[in-house]
Every structure is written in structure tokens, then in C-alpha cells.
Design a protein around this ligand. Structure first.
Ligand code: NDP
Ligand code: KPL
Length: 349
């Protein structure tokens, strides 16, 4: 009956971690007519249940009244055509996978055995953790600037598109499930190229995300000093990827793919203070993703014998700032550069 790709019954999207990225993807999919379930916790879950998801985008604030749950038990039996989109920060991945993996699916089997799981996350560790439990894991290179403004409220300032999401099977390849998901995303304000080598895009993005910790601890990279520090941090990352034989898309290739498709515009009442790690400090969550961004470079450096003193420093400073609930951007950039020079000189002695 549903013999052709475009005749298949619509899939339902379960967004595990409906924060900045998950809220933007879930809200846009719902707006396009897809069935969406939001998974959240704490004050955000309470606000989603009370007032719906309020998604601020360039055309205004859109309120989506969607089912909001805290885990699989509240959804009931999962459907065979459900798609799981994991959009928690990497440090929260293991707990989410442990909760959702064993959930039963109609007709038999578990989510881990039967359902597609897309890791809409920065870095590459989330999908590696997912592959330990789930059979059908897909990577996403997430170019989607979004902000978790307050409980119940998320903003995404990109226009004309909300974001670009390169999609691919983990570790390699593509399939029809992914093409159907991409078609849904493309009807929902995203460009979603399906690529056989999604990791190549993700590693390229990871090099950019090495700046997240600088922004989180010392604020936006506005000064020459901050940008020069990032170049040194990135050079460590590039050296490590070269030693590990890991390919990544060039800056030119990324620029060409994105073009002017996702330009940020000011959103009244929902100003974007910074990226995802900056937001972890601004929201005082107590954790930050640095172990899986700068920490990924540190890990690869240790495995391949390449020193990574600057990424180690940033990982440590970001982790400490999160644990001690320091304000975002509170370490003067001159002090950060002084610390960086110190560890760099120490490592070359
Ligand atoms: N924000 C951005 O602009 C971008 C982010 N990314 C990446 O996307 C991923 C998600 O980041 P982002 O959206 O910013 O993060 P957010 O913190 O805004 O959203 C994640 C949400 O998941 C919730 N959560 C965590 N664990 C669970 C759980 N077990 N069950 C239910 N809810 C859970 C968190 O709750 P709580 O509120 O309690 O923490 C939070 O609300 C990260 O890997 C990030 O690096 C990539 C590109 C851009
Ligand atoms: C590129 C950037 C900074 C866009 O928001 C991002 O990936 C993040 O916030 O982690």
C-alpha cells in the first residue's frame, strides 16, 4: 500500500531534550504539520506543559501546544514509525540513552533495536555512546544557532532558514529512512543534506566549537586577542586530526554549503548572548560540554602523541566555571591569554 517513499505514513518525532536545538527542530517540524512529542525535565517541562513551547523566530513568537513528557513511560508504547531525535548536551547523553533504549515498540522489540536515533549534537561522542546501545544511529552536523531563553521559551534567529543539518548514518552511509527524515526537515525551515560521510562535517564543526569554551569563560570573541587565542587552539585541533588521520570539510566547503542561508537577525526579547556552552554558564546548569569538545581533541592528542595544552586548559577552566556556577564571560580575556601563554611555554620546555 505504502510502496513508494513519498506514500509512506508520516513519522512521529520524539525530541529527547527539547531545549535550544531540540525545541527549534521540534517546533519547526510541528509547524510544518508533523506529529511531535517533546521530552524535557524540571522547570522547562513544567512550562512546556503549562503554556506550550514558545518558539521565537524571525517571523514572530509561535506557540506549539505539544505533548510534553519526562520519559518513555509517559508516552506509552512507542510506534514502529517513531523517530528519536537526541538533542541533550553530550554530558547528558548516557542517561537519556539508558532511559529510552529499553522502551518497548509496538509489534515487539525495543527502541534500541528498532527505531532510528538521530544525534543532533556537537562533537562526536554522543553518537559513539548511542552506537553502544542503538542499532540505527545517525549523526547530524548541527548548524542551528538557537537559544534556551527561559523555561518554555526557545529562540532561533536564523533566516531565511532556521538551520542546516547534514545527516548521515553512523559511521558511514545513507538510507531511505534518512531521506524521508530529510524531506520532513526540508519542509520545516531546514536544509538537510543527506551525506555518506557525516563525520567529515562534524569534525569540521568540532574545530569551530573549540571556541565555545573561550566564549563561555571570557565572553564573545570580539577582541583580536581572543581570536588569536582561538587560532592557536584550533591549530592544536588540526594537528591532532591530522595525526589521527581524520578528514574534515574545509572552511571553504562549509562556507559554500551554508552561503547566506542562515543569517542571524535580532529577535526582540530573545537576544542571543552566546552559543550553547556560554548558555550552560548563563543558565547555571552546573555542567558544560567541554569534555566532549576541547576534551575530544585532548583525548585524540593523548591517543596519538600530540600535545594539546591549550585545549586541556580550556577544558579545565570551562569545567571549573560550570561546577562553581561562575557567570558566563567572567574571566577577563587578558587573564585567559596569560594562562594560555603559561601552559604553552610549560609544554614546550
Ligand atoms: N544552542 C545552539 O545554538 C547549538 C547547540 N548545538 C548542540 O546541540 C546539543 C544540544 O544543545 P542545546 O540545545 O544548546 O542544549 P539545551 O541545554 O538548550 O537543551 C537540552 C535540553 O535537554 C534537557 N535534558 C537533558 N537531559 C535530559 C533527559 N534525560 N531527559 C529530558 N531532558 C533532558 C536539558 O534540561 P536542563 O534544562 O535541565 O539542562 C535541556 O533542557 C549540544 O550538543 C550542543 O552543543 C549545536 C549547534 C548550535
Ligand atoms: C556554532 C555555534 C556557536 C552556533 O550556535 C554552536 O555550534 C554552538 O552554539 O555550540
Amino acid at each position: 500500500m505504502y510502496s513508494r517513499l513519498w506514500e509512506a505514513p508520516p513519522m512521529r518525532y520524539i525530541i529527547i531534550g527539547a531545549g535550544a536545538v531540540g525545541g527549534a527542530i521540534g517546533g519547526r517540524l510541528a509547524q510544518s504539520g508533523r506529529e511531535v512529542v517533546l521530552v524535557a525535565r524540571g522547570a522547562h517541562l513544567a512550562a512546556l506543559r503549562a503554556g506550550g513551547l514558545r518558539l521565537t523566530v524571525p517571523e514572530g513568537e509561535l506557540t506549539h501546544r505539544l505533548p510534553a513528557v519526562d520519559g518513555p513511560d509517559t508516552v506509552g508504547e512507542l510506534r514502529a514509525d517513531d523517530v528519536l531525535i537526541l538533542a541533550v548536551k553530550t554530558q547528558d547523553t548516557e542517561a537519556a540513552l539508558a532511559a529510552w533504549g529499553p522502551a518497548p515498540v509496538a509489534g515487539g522489540g525495543t527502541a534500541a533495536e528498532r527505531l532510528p536515533l538521530l544525534c543532533a549534537q556537537n562533537g562526536v561522542e554522543g553518537q559513539r555512546l548511542a552506537l553502544r546501545r542503538f542499532r540505527h544511529v545517525y549523526g547530524v552536523c548541527v548548524w542551528l544557532p538557537a537559544t534556551h531563553v527561559e523555561p518554555g521559551v526557545v529562540s532561533a534567529a536564523g533566516t531565511p532558514l532556521t538551520g542546516m543539518l547534514h545527516l548521515g548514518r553512523c559511521p558511514y552511509g545513507t538510507d531511505d529512512t534518512l531521506r524521508r527524515i530529510a524531506a520532513d526537515l526540508e519542509r520545516a525551515h531546514f536544509e538537510a543534506p543527506v551525506v555518506p560521510d557525516v563525520a567529515r562535517w562534524q569534525y569540521a564543526k568540532l574545530l569551530g566549537n573549540l571556541a565555545n569554551a573561550i566564549e563561555a569563560v571570557s565572553g564573545p570573541l570580539e577582541s583580536e586577542q581572543a581570536r588569536a587565542l582561538y587560532e592557536r587552539v584550533r591549530a592544536e585541533g588540526e594537528a591532532v586530526l591530522a595525526a589521527a588521520g581524520i578528514a574534515y570539510a574545509s572552511p571553504e566547503e562549509q562556507k559554500e554549503a551554508r552561503g547566506d542561508k542562515i543569517t542571524l537577525v535580532p529577535l526582540p526579547g530573545a537576544q542571543r548572548g552566546g552559543g550553547s556552552s556560554w548558555q550552560s554558564l548563563a543558565r547555571g546548569t552546573g555542567t558544560i560540554e567541554a569534555d566532549h569538545l576541547n576534551g575530544e581533541i585532548v583525548l585524540l592528542g593523548r591517543l596519538h602523541g600530540v600535545p594539546t595544552p591549550l585545549n586541556e586548559l580550556l577544558q579545565r577552566l570551562a569545567d571549573t566555571a560550570a561546577r562553581e556556577r561562575r557567570a558566563a564571560g567572567s574571566l577577563p580575556v587578558t587573564e585567559l591569554v596569560r594562562l594560555a601563554d603559561e601552559v604553552d611555554q610549560g609544554s614546550s620546555r
